[in-house]
Every structure is written in structure tokens, then in C-alpha cells.
Design a binder for this molecule. Structure first.
Ligand code: PLP
Length: 378
């Protein structure tokens, strides 16, 4: 069987280093808000190219805390509109409604699968205060036009980087960490970014974990307090906060993961290149190929009008797959008020998408098996 994601194999590839990291925490007897968190925050901020990193409990909290932070700072107010792709994982949209803000769903492009930046301007109203772009499947969802729109309309640009660790934008010359570079990582493209370290992500922890990256010192300070019951000083509560902290074990584990992230992403890119070169079934559409720096292949989505038959056929031949995602947010019961709306491109993606095995430990033989059976579907 070729697994979609073999977490045991991925973890045991560096098993001794993880054991040492976990042991270090165990022997320290310090499990929250300690040296491991401090070290991970510093390392991850440096990696992303942002001034601040605040480690939190999961990606959904990271998203919610960014929005809540802007509300506490008086930049967002209840009822303000936040533009978001219609084809994202539900968490992105939950974070907006949870803060009593209004999501404005914008269609993606069929070609790129990311928010259609050319359709954003028509969705902007006097109530629009921000854009939450989502680098879905590990593909960049950003360009100079998006940045220009945010500047023109004074909108906060927020990134959902849950699926894009290590992905970046190859753009204009700019200064990153004091060095001239054209490459800016997702997580440093906008005003604030949310990261998820859910175990299945390109950089996954040993449980739930997440982070916010930003260059905005005021926002980072508020978010750090909000994630710690609203407290900046022990037993003094400035905000009605939540408990959203990363464990020291996860921070230590993620420190190891971060060292291998670029190497792991390269392996994903090599596997993707193999799929692009060898999948040739006319019944299947592959997503538009973009530059490797701009795609870390969190998933490798393929599209087929008879998707469910394809999935069953692959399962029969030992190829594990998963649909990302079967029901679009606007058709979910939790947003029943949107159920009658129509987002044709989003719906087409949800009807046809199938993710085939993609990770850094797939062998050549396994990749050949995947291609063989994907091509054999009639
Ligand atoms: C696009 C996207 N946003 C947000 C999240 C939420 O992250 P978490 O599961 O860590 O809460 C996820 C992942 O599950 C995701 O894929």
C-alpha cells in the first residue's frame, strides 16, 4: 500500500533527534512558556524573515488571535468585512465568524486553485478591513497586485500559512533580515500570518501547535497576552483572553523539524516533478505547474470528473488518497445561511479534487506505482 502520508516513517527518519529533544524537556521539568518556546520562536521568525513569532496552541487559534488582536487594537470592529477565498479549509472562515467579522468569499481560479486576485477589487466595500489569503495545497496565493490592492484600500493583509511552510514569493528586490533578496517567504508577505503545525503538515508537531508571525510589535504583544488568558503580568488580566500556548515538547520537536524543512520540501518538489512528467491520463487534469520556490506541495491535487470512481480504483490497487475537501465551506451545515449561494469554480474543485500520495519519504518504486495506477484508470 502506498500511503498518502506515512507519519511513522517521516518521524522515525530523525527518531533519535526527537527522542533527545523530548528527553531534554522531560529532564528539565519545565513544560510551558520556557526556553524551548523562546528558541523555537526566535528560529522560526528568522526562518520566515519576520520580526516576531508567537507560538500558540494550533493554527485555528493563530488565525483567530490575529483577528482578535486587530479588534483589541481598534483596527477591526464587529461586522467589518474580511475577504477570503471560497475554497479554503473551514478553519480560515471559522476564525472570521468567531470574531463576529463578516467573511466575503471570493472565487479561486481553476488554473491556480488560489483566490482569484483579479476578482478581489469588485468585492471591496467601505466595510472591508482585511484580506485573508490562503496558500492552499502549498501553492503561493500572493502577487504584487494583491499587495497594491491592500495599499490602495488600506487593508490588512493576513496570510493563512497552514499549508505553506517554506513556500515563498519570488518578487521584487527587497531587504530580508538585512540581506537583499527577491525571495520572501509566506508568513512575511503581509501584515500578519497564521501557521499550523498539525502533525500532517509539511512541518508537523507531535500534536496540535501553531504560530503567528508578524513585523507588527504592537500586534505581537497583544496576541502574546491574548493567548495567555489576556495577561502580560502574572495574575493581572488586561484582556479577556484564552489559553493557547505551545507545549515545550512541541517547541523542541519543531526545532528539529525546522532543520529539515527545506530538504523535505525539495523531496516533495522532486516527487511533484516526477508526477508532472509521468501522469498522462487524459481523464485527469493536473494543476498548473508553478515555480518550485512558490509551491511546497503540501498536497498534490489531481482533478477528474469521475473522481469518486478514480478514488475507489486507486484504493483497490493499494494507492491511498484523500479529498481536499469534499464539501465547500458555503455548503456546510454550519454556514446554512450560505447554502443557496453559487461559487461554480469552488464547487468544481470540490467535486473533482483528489490528493495523491505526497510526502518526503515516498520511494521511487512507490512513486512509480502511483503513476502506474493513475494512468491505468479508464
Ligand atoms: C488552510 C488551513 N487553515 C487553518 C488550519 C487550522 O490549523 P489547525 O488544524 O492547526 O488548527 C488548517 C489545518 O488544519 C488549514 O489547512
Amino acid at each position: 500500500m502506498v500511503k498518502l502520508l506515512d507519519l511513522q516513517k517521516i518521524t522515525m527518519a530523525h527518531g533519535d533527534e526527537y527522542k533527545a529533544a523530548v528527553n531534554r524537556v522531560m529532564e528539565s521539568g519545565w513544560f510551558l512558556q520556557g526556553k524551548e518556546n523562546q528558541q523555537f520562536e526566535a528560529d522560526y521568525a528568522r526562518y520566515i524573515g519576520s520580526e516576531h513569532c508567537v507560538a500558540v496552541a494550533n493554527g485555528l487559534d493563530a488565525l483567530k488571535l490575529i483577528l482578535r488582536g486587530y479588534m483589541e487594537l481598534g483596527i477591526f470592529h464587529e461586522g467589518d468585512e474580511i475577504i477570503v477565498p471560497a475554497n479554503t479549509y473551514i478553519a480560515t472562515i471559522l476564525s472570521i465568524t468567531d470574531n463576529h467579522l463578516t467573511p466575503v468569499l471570493v472565487e479561486p481560479t481553476w488554473e491556480h486553485l488560489e483566490i482569484d486576485i483579479d476578482r478581489i477589487e469588485e468585492a471591496i466595500t467601505p466595510k472591508t478591513k482585511g484580506i485573508m489569503t490562503v496558500h492552499l495545497y502549498g501553492r503561493i496565493a500572493y502577487n504584487d497586485k494583491l499587495k497594491a490592492l491592500c495599499e490602495k484600500y488600506h487593508l490588512k493583509l493576513m496570510e493563512d500559512c497552514a499549508q505553506s511552510h517554506g513556500c515563498g514569493f519570488n518578487g521584487q528586490w527587497s531587504m530580508v533580515n538585512g540581506q537583499c533578496s527577491t525571495f520572501i517567504k509566506t508568513g512575511a508577505l503581509g501584515d500578519a500570518a497564521a501557521h499550523s503545525f498539525y502533525p500532517g503538515k509539511n512541518m508537523g508537531a507531535f500534536g496540535d501547535a501553531g504560530a503567528v508571525t508578524t513585523n507588527d510589535t504592537e500586534l505581537a504583544t497583544v496576541i502574546r497576552a491574548l493567548a495567555n488568558y489576556g495577561s502580560q503580568k502574572k495574575y493581572v488580566f488586561k484582556y479577556q483572553g484564552i489559553n493557547s500556548r505551545m507545549s515545550e515538547v512541541d517547541a523542541a520537536v519543531l526545532g528539529v523539524k525546522l532543520k529539515y524543512l527545506d530538504e523535505d520540501n525539495k523531496k516533495r518538489q522532486q516527487l511533484a516533478a516526477y508526477y508532472y512528467a509521468h501522469i498522462s491520463n487524459p481523464l485527469i487534469t493536473l494543476p498548473k505547474r508553478i515555480a518550485d520556490e512558490e509551491n511546497v506541495y503540501h498536497q498534490f491535487p489531481i482533478f477528474c470528473e469521475r473522481r469518486d470512481e478514480l478514488q475507489a480504483f486507486l484504493a483497490e490497487h493499494g494507492i491511498q488518497t484523500l479529498i481536499h475537501y469534499p464539501i465547500p465551506p458555503h455548503q456546510q451545515e454550519c454556514y446554512r445561511e450560505w447554502n443557496n449561494r453559487s461559487y461554480p469554480i469552488t464547487e468544481k474543485i470540490h467535486q473533482q479534487e483528489l490528493s495523491i500520495p505526497m510526502n518526503q519519504v515516498i520511494t521511487e518504486e512507490e512513486a512509480q506505482e502511483v503513476v502506474r495506477w493513475v494512468n491505468a484508470f479508464k
